[in-house]
Each structure stands twice: as C-alpha cells, then as structure tokens.
Ligand binder design. Structure first.
Ligand code: ZN
Length: 244
C-alpha cells in the first residue's frame, strides 16, 4: 500500500520499522532510512527457538549507519519488546523443538497465528508514544507461504483498526508486498548499492533452523529449510539476471 507518492509526502517525518534482523526487514530499514528523517526500529522477543535473527540486529544497524552519513544521522532508537505470551499460545516449529512440516491447513507449522497483527499493534502503541505515524514492515503477499496476516487486505484492515482505535492516522508501508525475493535483492541494490547487498548477505539471518555454520553465496543458513530455499532461489534469479 506504499508507493513513491506516499513516500514523497512522508519526507521530514519519522518512521518505526519492524526490524527482525532478516533479509526482508533489513531491506525495509534501508527503504525507511532513504525516506524518513528519523527512523526507529522495533524487534520482538517471543521465545523464538533460535534468537540468532534477533542477535543480528545491532550489527546490522551499525552496518547500515556505516553505509551513509545521512543514514547514520537518521537512525534513531531501537526497541526490543518481549512478548512471551505469543510463544505460550503458539505450538509451532519456531518456538518449540518440533520438526518443520506442513500441517493440515497447508500452512508451514512455523505459522504463529496472527503474529503480524500483534506486532503491528505493539508497534503502533509504541509509535503513538514516540510521536511516529509511519510504520514500515516486510510483509509480502508474493512469497508469503500462505500466511494470511501477510496479505495486503489484512494490513489495510489492521491500519484502519489501529487508526480508529488510537484516534491517530497511521500509515503502514509495505515495500515488499508485491515483489518476490529476487526483487528484494534488487531493491537492496537500488537503495544501498553492492555494499548493502553484501551487508545483507553477511549479516542477515533468515534460516528457520538458526544455522550459521554453513556459508552460501547468498549468506548463512542450513540451505534446506523453506526460508533458506526461498532466499537461495531469489539470489540465483537476481544474480542470473545481473550477469545476463
Ligand atoms: Zn535454513
């Protein structure tokens, strides 16, 4: 629901980015740093089975600051919110030592029901207190693995509910909504050149298994889980078109 028109009108304003330390949210953070004069980040600790992704966040923030003096100036506070209740109510592969598989619904059992709705609600509550009206998230309908809370319609409805419920007009920017993983790599290159692509390869974490022992050309991971496969496929497509 975000486009160049809204980003122009957003100049001079502040944004809060849902920042997990993965490829998608790091690309979103760069997107926000390009557009907003102050950018804060929020991460959620809900008892993920592996905290590897969360551990990458500070290094990535430092890496992004080092890429551009303007980005260093714009990057503001980081917030980590603990939501242990989310882990308690979800029995999924991300939070319990169960095998990643597909359940009867056809959704990966990494699915935490309504996770993005909860994240956006916490983010909006914090944004309200910080005087921020723009939220930025990596939700994507193209590679969404069937997660219904990544859909554009869900995000639009959530924005309406949050704006009404807090009596404050929020914008939710989802720059990855209609693009695939290859386009996400391309967007990173457009935003921060090869240096940003390299930072994402080296420092972001996407693997469901928390694996960082193996290094592939697209970064670290197990190479086998659905998240690694998606990332690897996107990388191959991105590189193939670059060299074609
Ligand atoms: Zn993996």
């Amino acid at each position: 629901m975000s486009d160049e028109a809204t980003s122009d009108s957003a100049k001079g304003e502040a944004a809060l980015v849902l920042f997990s330390g993965g490829q998608d949210s790091t690309t979103c953070l760069a997107y926000a740093l390009k557009r907003f004069h102050r950018v804060e980040t929020i991460g959620f600790d809900y008892g993920q089975r592996h905290a590897v992704e969360l551990d990458r966040r500070q290094g990535l923030r430092a890496g992004l600051s080092a890429l551009s003096p303007l980005w260093r100036q714009r990057l503001g506070a980081d917030h980590v919110i603990a939501i242990p209740a989310l882990g308690e109510i979800s029995q999924t592969a991300l939070t319990r030592e169960t095998e990643i598989a597909f359940g009867e619904t056809g959704l990966p059992n990494t699915f935490v029901p309504g996770r993005n709705i909860l994240f956006l609600t916490f983010a909006a509550a914090l944004a309200y207190r910080r005087g921020v009206s723009h939220l930025v998230g990596g939700m994507c309908e193209t590679d969404y693995s069937g997660y219904p809370d990544c859909r554009d319609a869900t995000i639009r409805a959530t924005r309406t509910a949050l704006s009404l419920g807090m009596d404050k007009e929020f914008e939710i920017h989802t720059p990855l909504m209609w693009i695939d993983k290859a386009d996400t790599w391309r967007l990173a290159e457009k935003l921060g050149g090869e240096a940003l692509v390299r930072l994402i390869v080296e420092e972001t974490h996407t693997c469901y298994l928390g694996e960082r022992g193996l290094r592939f050309e697209w970064g670290y991971g197990c190479g086998e889980c659905p998240a690694c496969k998606l990332r690897a496929e996107g990388w191959r497509k991105y590189r193939a078109e670059k060299t074609a």
